[in-house]
Design a protein around this ligand. Structure first.
Ligand code: GAL
Length: 723
């Protein structure tokens, strides 16, 4: 009889017990921390949103996060990316959520999965699919039957998908936490009783999905048990969870801020970020997530919240292109190394606080086990301080915290940056030869079969359903009453976001709003002729709202009034005129952004290529440059429009929108806000547009640009980004 050798039996036993312990692994929490497999943890986490980079970039981003000392990667789940039309799902490419999570697992990190499904996130429509708005009787994020059914459906789908891929921690996977809703507190406050009922329902629904890991509800003071309420902001040390048995968690520590077209580029000094982390941890905090750790790119038309740039760099520790943003990344890595050193003391004791002087504090964690950690703080924004602690004197720069890993030696001070900084450079690697095709502004009788005619003005989203940024409002005005030699004034009011006014196929002017005030008014004398005049208004949306109570009801497009003033008869009200509508551009319906589609029109070449002309499509082909440095297009000479590479949307360009604002020199000391450390005032809000390497073929790459208001394509270059 064959007998298994003893060593094999032993090995099998070990494997069996490993499997069992991973099956039994649990994630729970107490007042101190998240507990994984019976161990309390101080967890450092960072947001990386999978569709804001490419699957080819994911392993490197995750590795850099791990090398930077993170334990957890946090991401939202982007419903509108996954279910572009009802019941039609997309989990491919940049939306391959399971693949993203498996990469994180392979790297040995945990995942915090914010299912939402509302995400905010400067993402189109806050993550909700636009079709959801048109479900009969729906009202978003409140005690509303149709909404709750849809939300539960998507949340359940994601949870089941994670379960069948065995990705929750008790199954042996990396997901240690989830999130339902996102910053619902302010909305609930606004709408009262139905809001309260909805959050109770959401908590119960999520809990009922039995993921085996805790759920959080960020920025929601009354998060029902067992949901953990958590804090988002630049600082969170004063936050306390709503029950004494919940851990104190910082789910969004903003590492910078997003950029809007028309705004400067916000940055946040790393000394202040490290200070915020240390201040939170010394006050019993046990989980910090950097929002963003890698911000990435809003490819295609995914940017939302109005006027959000294609770049979502965020001044994060890893830049948009996947390169380390130094010294930010390195200084935070040093902080994380220190936090790991003191973790045993932090999870086993409550701090004793000493107040040695004005603006000074010492937090000591000294458990019975013998370890000891101390945080020495100088909150003064102007003066450095000498602090005495256990007969030793420590020198602290203003607005800084020192960490003593053994209650004796300073291993880290938040304002003493040892990591070296690096400069980034953009070097031209390719210039282009363009061909161009000009669209005519359509008219109400263009004869295109897809023009709709209606009395009065219609809201843009109702007509486009967001299939395009563009909606044409077309009217014929018969002017027999022009005053001799005088041009009337056309006034058009729009709910946003940008508007190009064409009269008889000539661009008369362009106006646009801003994130703070998307509404706009065009008011200008226009050249009308006697007889029939063609008015073609191109209304352009620049991302859909992502935040605000019932933001799904916010309007886009030309809603009036529209008037012509200065006629013989006085003023003509064009609101009740017959308007025709055309969704999208002619070039969009012909798919000019694809190689196949582009053959349907004649392109001009050489000296005939359009310059500074509105409604122009440009195309070119090029070979992939050597090397593996990240690439970008320098669009400085262009106005506004969209960029496509090999048929995929790289994003909206708008270098014609220059940064207004204040770019004063900024100090790391003192309370930070998103307007404190702006850069590039007077320059385009976004000049460079990321071209992911993996979107390129070795030869024959097809690059198409649609330019709305006119630019000079000759100056567009492909650049590589190096350190
Ligand atoms: C938070 C929100 C995030 C993001 C952030 C600003 O309030 O939860 O999703 O929008 O603001 O970048």
């Amino acid at each position: 009889m064959w007998r298994m050798p003893r060593i094999k039996i032993l090995l099998l036993l070990v494997i069996f017990s490993c499997i069992c312990s991973s099956i039994n692994a649990t994630v729970s929490y107490d007042d101190k921390a998240i507990i994984i497999n019976g161990r309390r943890r101080i967890l450092m986490s960072g947001s990386i949103h999978y569709p804001r980079s490419t699957p080819e970039m994911w392993p490197d981003l995750i590795k850099k996060a791990k090398d930077g000392g993170l334990d957890v990667i946090q991401t939202y789940v982007f419903w509108n990316g996954h279910e572009p039309s009802p019941g039609k799902y997309n989990f491919e490419g940049r939306y391959d959520l399971v693949k993203f999570i498996k990469y994180i697992q392979e790297a040995g990190l945990y995942v915090h999965l914010r299912i939402g499904p509302y995400v905010c996130a400067e993402w189109n429509f806050g993550g909700f699919p636009v079709w959801l708005k048109y479900v009969p009787g729906i009202s978003f994020r409140t005690d509303n039957g149709p909404f709750k059914i849809a939300m539960q459906g998507f949340t359940t789908k994601i949870v089941n998908m994670m379960k069948s891929a065995e990705l929750f921690e008790p199954q042996g996977g990396p997901i240690i936490m989830s999130q339902i809703e996102n910053e619902y507190g302010p909305v609930e406050w606004d709408i009262g009783a139905p809001g309260k009922a909805y959050s109770k329902w959401a908590a119960k629904m999520a809990d009922g999905l039995k993921t085996g890991v805790p759920w959080i509800m960020c920025k929601q003071e009354d998060a029902p048990d067992p949901m953990i309420d958590t804090c988002n902001g630049f600082y969170c040390e004063k936050f306390t969870p709503n029950r004494p048995y919940k851990p104190k968690m910082f789910t969004e520590l903003w590492t910078g801020w997003f950029t809007e077209f028309g705004g400067p580029i916000p940055t946040r000094p790393v000394e202040d970020i490290a200070y915020s982390v240390a201040r939170f941890i010394q006050n019993n905090g046990s989980f910090v997530n950097y929002y963003m750790y890698h911000g990435g790119t809003n490819f295609g038309r995914t940017a939302g919240g109005l006027f959000i740039t294609t770049s979502y760099d965020y001044d994060a520790p890893i830049d948009e292109y996947g390169l380390l943003n130094e010294p930010k990344w390195g200084h935070l890595r040093d902080l994380h190394t220190t936090i790991k050193l003191v973790e045993p003391a932090l999870v086993s004791a409550y701090p004793t606080v000493i107040y040695p002087g004005k603006n000074q504090e010492i937090h000591v964690f000294q458990p019975k086990t013998g370890s000891c950690a101390a945080f020495l703080s100088n909150y003064d924004p102007h003066f450095s301080a000498k602090l005495m602690f256990r007969n030793v004197q420590y020198n602290l720069p203003p607005w800084s915290i020192s960490i003593l890993h053994d209650c004796k030696n300073e291993v880290f001070n938040t304002a003493k940056v040892k990591a070296s900084s690096t400069q980034k450079k953009m070097t031209v690697v390719e210039t282009f030869k363009w061909e161009s095709y000009n669209e005519e502004a359509p008219t109400s009788d263009s004869g295109d079969g897809d023009t709709l005619s209606m009395e009065g003005l219609y809201e843009q989203l109702n007509v486009t359903r967001d299939a395009s940024d563009y909606l044409w409002y077309l009217a014929d005005i018969n002017e027999h009453f022009l005053k001799n030699g005088q041009f009337p004034t056309l006034t058009v009011m729009s709910a946003g976001h940008a508007l190009h006014v064409f009269i008889n196929n000539q661009l008369s002017g362009t106006v646009w709003g801003s994130l703070k005030n998307p509404k706009l008014t065009f008011s200008q004398k226009v050249k009308l002729r006697a007889g029939v005049n063609k008015i073609s208004l191109l209304s352009v949306s620049v991302g859909l709202s992502n935040v605000g109570t019932h933001y799904e009801t916010y309007n886009v497009g030309v809603l009036g009034p529209i008037t012509l003033k200065g006629l013989n008869e006085g003023t003509q009200d064009l609101m009740k005129h017959k308007w025709s509508y055309k969704v999208g551009l002619r070039g969009e319906s012909l798919s000019l952004h694809t190689l196949d589609g582009s053959s349907s029109v004649e392109w001009l070449q050489g000296s005939l290529v359009a310059q500074k002309q509105p409604l122009t499509w440009y195309k070119t082909t090029f070979n992939a440059p050597e090397g593996n440095e990240p690439l970008a297009l320098d669009m400085n000479s262009m106005g506004k429009g969209q960029i496509f590479l090999n048929g995929e949307g790289l994003g909206r360009h708008w270098p014609g929108n220059k940064a207004h604002g204040n770019c004063n020199k900024c100090s790391y000391t003192g309370i930070y806000n998103e307007n404190k450390c702006n850069q590039y005032c007077g320059d385009p809000s976004q000049r460079w547009y990321h071209v992911p390497r993996s979107w390129l073929r070795p030869t024959g790459n097809f690059l198409v640009i649609f330019e709305e208001w006119g630019g000079n394509p000759d100056w567009i270059t492909l650049v590589k980004r190096t350190t």
